[in-house]
Design a protein around this ligand. Sequence first.
Ligand code: HEM
Length: 403
Amino acid sequence: MGLPWIGETMDFYQAQRRNRLFEEFVQPRIAKYGNIFKTRLMGSPTVVVNGADANRFFLSNEFKLVISSWPSASVQLMGKDSITEKQGEAHRCLRGVIATTFSFAGLETIVPKICSSVQLHLDKHWHGHDMVSLYRMTKILTFNIVFECLLGMDVEQGMLATFERVLEGVFAPPFSFPGSSFSKAKKARQEIEKMLVEVVRKKRKDMEGGLEVGEQDGMLLSQLVAELIQGEIREEEVIDNVVLLVFAAHDTTSFAIAMTFKMLAHHPNCYSLLLQEHVGIKNNKRAGENLTLEDTKKMKYTWQVLLWTTYGTHYNAEYFRDPLSFDPTRFEEAVPPYVYLPFGGGPRVCAGYQLAKLNILVFVHFLVTRFNWSLLYPEEPITMDPLPFPSLGMPIQISPKLS
Ligand code: HEM
């Protein structure tokens, strides 16, 4: 388990920074100790598991035989009342509130909202430019989509930067000395909390006074405040879960989009197939007509490309033929349970899966049908600190399509 407290954290960080976590940290330990091994990371005893059997055992036994936990810095910054800290009935109750937003009717109403956010984003940040940072832009867009389309809140100037300061401390050592990432993150978290408390109290007052329709608007913040009014949850739980949702949605979705375009740039044949899928959908629409949930269901190939690019165990030759070749069609057939888990599994499976999927599909649709694009640095390295990101922000050259 390495040194006291620090354990093998330094080896872990070094491998992570080189984006070789599996090759340099995990694989050598699997070779030495087997598919499940113990270590100590960021002050916590940690068990690393690998393979479908171990995945099934741990994920399906959450709350029964095992309880997953996050590093101390994450808990302090996301808040001890966020869904990741809840267990059993309290966890089930919060999952239920989130699931209401993603019911079939909820998803049908969310698609046109995402379309408007994406189109507005492209008009504002892409139109008239010949180069943009894809990763940076998708971070801005994802942030706006979570607030506008999921929570039903406006994004104010400077909010993204404050949230990003919190995120920078989430996996940092939890030391609060002046200037440390963690203390800057804690300060940013206090600013966010102050802003959210005001928003939540105003919303509560408006809903109680009948000035707002409340949870019928389908927005997650309204659902959470409705639970607050009924005394089912506390104000701290509303705030912590809003912070957590932004965190959970932000880097994950933008990185998945960036990796999708990286792979498409390297595989022009796959790009042709993907483009065909989107042009087909666009040609069936009148000018200015919005996409529907039904249209996104036709974007099957696009989703297979995305699945290939998300981190996971699909590089395992035991389950996938020729695992390292880029072949999105491998996901045409259902993958056996617990083999490939880009969105987790068991009771803690990603609660925002549908939003992530719609956000990505709608964005890809409008980007590829409105712009020609190419990577400026096709060999740009991916680095991790601690989450993966393209080291130069993935600049791309763009030009508007004529039709
Ligand atoms: C491509 C994008 C995404 C990926 C790859 C992803 C992946 C994951 C994974 C692997 C987990 C399981 C973590 C665990 O086992 O503790 C998870 C949990 C979660 N995700 Fe996502 N996610 C994505 C997007 C989103 C979005 C857009 C949202 C929200 C709007 C979201 C909300 C959540 C929440 C709330 C949890 C915690 C669930 C719980 O503890 O019950 N995710 N996600």
